[in-house]
Design a binder for this molecule. Structure first.
Ligand code: C3B
Length: 835
């Protein structure tokens, strides 16, 4: 049948949006999909019935979208990412469908608790932190802006671990997010691909007399796609998140089975399925494990094969124009093997000559760098790489040889430069440098905030930026206001919309109109009441979770992000201890009450980050139970920080802690989410903080600390933390308190590794920034006392965050990198003549 002939005719219960229809649909799904009747249905059954009701409404739009793509054959962007930190789908889909309130009413009329059903969803935590969440925000914006796109990644059976706290220490628990089934995905086993590993290569002469290469692998795995619809806000565009799950290739089992080796056959199955079993929980720290490279190659190969099949088989287009129809965005170097894999597919499977293959590859790939931290720059030992991907190693050598010849021509006798630019690091043991491969194979290379891009060009990729300046550009990150304002902060959304209408949700710059309400006394009072109500909700949650009673009139001072030394949660702790020491010395001291709230996970193998978590909990134990400081400072560590939880935390903050060592945080995106929800920032001139401060105004931002260039200068001269320790009595007192065992029941050894690093070799310069941080925190405390003025600053923060919508970022990618035209999708059940 021709695609044009397909008529989507689905009965009204699957598409209708009236409350009565929604109620009927929920009960119908409970009956026919869950196989339950109300008397025996569990909360999860109702959640599933509700989710399927929403999914039905997405599927209609999804099929129209993919039919339109099939017909129009537009240029598409494929976003390749090892992580997609999507967060719960249900609420977000209801917002984007525009039926959130209606559905709540329908659910309530059925006598069910809507909030409890939303809570029931296990979030797909298929990412570590900022990088994975950015990918999710970008999918939302691409659909909202009607950009034909696919997100490609891995369907990890276990996502990021759940965090528990035992005796102040982090304990990791496997994340069984699929245990109750996943109503948002559809498996497509009929569209699986095979992926090869290991073995050797062989040269042969083809029928045209050309020398070709054949890869003879020693094992094979199958990738099965699982598709999730991604609906845009107030549009019918519904794109696809396609995640690959690894399965054993049947034919391989068969041979062993026939030979009587039943266990061998099953063993192969277990081995294959291991590939997509678990997400590596390391954030900005590589481990160089073989399985990780296998995962990367696995999803990249499936994705590229999928694109080529769409292009050649479904659309019947010649491979020579592949790059005109597809562009691939590489989310960091995790999918950088795509450069070599596309070359292999073009050379070996499609018989294209080297120069043309390289032209197609380089016109297809674009690379986003997300970090300058040396420990996060991916490199693979040549031995490991070659044993797993022998053909790719050959191709990389060839790319490298040709490239280095060009470098030699351009910069004669500059051997140092050759060594730096080579894809192969030969300074000691040999490694494949993935950043160099990604850079060389891409037509666009970008950083994620102005400062970061500047440092990228100055530092890590300096030689490449000098040779190919036109390929480098900046794309400052953004976040989706649908999830991080509308869904997570309904009260504020309602207030804003009552004043300026709801166009700001699609066009965040419109929040500027709020500036004209800053002098409106009643508006300010409503704004303050809302913040207070949200803080009360969080206070209740803290009471339930941690058994700590907090003062809702205190400053909610929040640091929520992954634990890493460069993010300096321990600098925050030094401030807490300093305040504590002041109160102990002078119990009548008049300070603005504060509640310090922390949330975040540490990589399981990152001992220092785990010790910082332990320190926070230890300080919390002492401070919270000391009657001398009662009601003035409280310390709370909220366990298991994830997307669901983040949505509850951002709206409740008065103060957002963005205190990384300048030059280390590529962008940050939590900083944007806090500020959009009316928190003020205390921050360094790092990543997107700089741009946030430019937008909200220096007078509405608490700046402290060294600049990135000062940091480098100090390091160049040789940083001497001891000198600060000796000269600063409050700093010394804080450090001595930790050292004395005061927070560790007399155990003076516990925090030695942490304190030792701060005192003798700290690459993150805590002591150098300490006094400046303390001083500015004092200003924060004073500023908070003038509630009216604080509220003005809070409103201005929200009003001026328009730039940080991920819609703006995606518009820039579309215009300056991808060069894709939006494609409007017809709404369902309406006459439409767009195509
Ligand atoms: C993060 C960076 O640390 C953040 O500054 C940045 O905002 C986000 O990426 C998104 O660009 N990042 C991460 O979460 N994981 C990495 N491996 C590298 C960077």
């Amino acid at each position: 049948m021709q695609t044009e002939d397909i008529q989507i005719r689905i009965e009204d219960d699957r598409t209708g949006l009236e409350i009565e229809t929604l109620k009927r649909a929920i009960l119908d799904n409970l009956f026919y999909i869950q196989g339950k009747f109300p008397e025996i249905a569990t909360l999860n059954d109702y959640y599933m019935a509700l989710a399927y009701t929403v999914r039905d409404r997405l599927i209609h739009r999804w099929l129209i979208s993919s039919q339109t793509y099939t017909k129009v054959q537009p240029r598409e962007v494929c976003y390749l990412s090892a992580e997609f930190l999507m967060g719960p789908h249900l609420g977000n889909n209801l917002i984007n469908l525009g039926i959130y309130d209606r559905m709540r009413q329908a659910v309530q009329e059925l006598g069910l608790n809507f909030e409890a059903l939303l809570e029931q969803e296990e979030e797909p935590g298929l990412g570590n932190g900022g990088l994975g969440r950015l990918a999710a925000c970008y999918l939302d914006s691409m659909a909202t802006l009607d950009i034909p796109s696919v997100g490609y990644g891995i369907r990890y059976e276990f996502g990021i671990f759940d965090q528990d706290i035992h005796d102040g220490w982090q304990v990791e628990i496997t994340d069984k997010w699929l245990k109750n089934g996943n109503p948002w995905e559809i498996a497509r086993p009929e569209w699986a691909f095979e992926v090869k590993f290991g073995g050797r290569t062989e040269r042969y002469t083809d029928e045209k007399g050309r020398s070709r290469v054949k890869w003879i692998p020693d094992r094979m795995v199958q990738g099965v796609p699982y598709d999730t619809p991604i609906l845009g806000y107030e549009t019918s565009s519904t794109n696809t998140l396609r995640l690959w799950s690894a399965q054993a290739v049947e034919s391989f089992d068969f041979r062993a089975f026939n030979a009587g080796d039943y266990y061998g056959a099953v063993g192969n199955k277990v081995f294959s399925e291991n590939l997509s079993k678990v997400l590596y929980p390391n954030d900005e720290q590589i481990q160089g494990k073989q399985l990780r490279l296998e995962q990367q190659y696995f999803f990249v190969s499936c994705s590229l094969q999928d694109m080529i099949r769409t292009h050649c088989d479904r659309r019947g287009l010649p491979i020579s124009i592949f790059h005109e129809k597809f562009t691939v965005q590489l989310n960091d170097t995790h999918p950088a093997i795509a450069v070599a894999e596309l070359m292999r597919l073009l050379l070996d499977e499609h018989g294209i000559e080297w120069d043309q293959a390289w032209h197609i590859t380089q016109s297809t790939m674009a690379y986003t760098n997300h970090t300058l931290l040396p420990e996060a720059l991916e490199r693979w030992a040549v031995g490991l790489f070659g044993s797993l991907l022998p053909r790719h190693l050959e191709i990389i050598y060839e790319i490298n040889g040709r490239f280095l010849n060009e470098v030699r021509l351009r910069y004669p006798k500059d051997d140092e430069r050759i060594r730096r630019m080579s894809i192969i690091d030969e300074s000691g043991d040999r490694y494949v440098r993935m950043a160099n491969l990604a850079t060389l194979g891409s037509y666009s290379i970008n950083g994620v905030a102005e400062l970061h891009t500047q440092l990228l060009k100055q530092d890590v990729l300096h030689d490449f930026a000098e040779m190919y300046p036109e390929r480098f550009n900046n794309k400052t990150n953004g976040v989706t206001p649908r999830r991080f304002m509308v869904l997570s902060n309904p009260r504020l959304t309602k207030l804003i919309t009552s004043k300026i209408g709801d166009h700001w949700i699609r066009n965040l710059q419109e929040l500027r109109q709020l500036e004209s309400f800053v002098e409106d006394l009643e508006f300010r009072s409503e704004w303050r009441q809302i913040k207070l109500a949200i803080k009360r909700d969080l206070a209740n949650y803290i009471q339930e979770q941690n058994g700590i009673e907090v003062n809702v009139d205190s400053i909610f001072d929040i640091q929520a992000k992954r634990f890493h030394e460069y993010k300096r949660q321990h600098l925050n702790v030094l401030h807490i201890i300093t305040l504590y020491n002041r109160l102990k010395a002078n119990p009548n001291l008049d300070i603005t009450p504060r509640t310090f709230i922390f949330g975040g996970k540490a990589a399981p193998g990152y001992q220092m980050a785990k010790l910082i978590i332990k320190l926070i909990n230890s300080v919390a134990d002492v401070v919270n139970s000391d009657p001398d400081v009662r009601d003035r400072i409280k310390v709370v560590f909220l366990k298991d920080y994830n997307v669901k939880f983040a949505q509850r935390v951002y709206p409740a903050a008065d103060l957002s802690e963005q205190i990384s060592t300048a030059g280390k945080e590529a962008s940050g995106t939590g900083n944007m989410k806090f500020s959009m929800n009316g928190a003020l920032t205390i921050g360094t001139l790092d990543g997107a903080n700089i741009e946030i401060r430019e937008e909200v105004g220096a007078e509405n931002f608490f700046l402290f600390g060294l600049t990135a260039s000062k940091v480098s200068q100090i390091k160049a001269k040789g940083y001497d933390p001891m000198q600060y320790y000796i000269a600063n009595s409050e700093l010394k007192a804080a450090i001595d308190r930790i050292n004395s065992g005061f927070f560790s029941k007399g155990d003076t050894a516990l925090f030695k590794p942490l304190v030792g690093s701060l005192m003798y070799q700290d690459p993150y310069l805590l002591f150098a920034d300490y006094q400046s941080y303390i001083d500015v925190q004092t200003q924060v405390g004073e500023a908070y006392r003038d509630q009216d003025h604080w509220t003005r600053m809070s409103i201005l923060n929200t009003a001026r965050m328009g730039k940080f919508s991920s819609d703006r970022s995606i518009r820039e990618y579309v215009k300056e990198v991808w060069k894709i035209d939006p494609l409007k999708i017809c709404p369902p059940n309406e006459p439409c003549s767009i195509h």
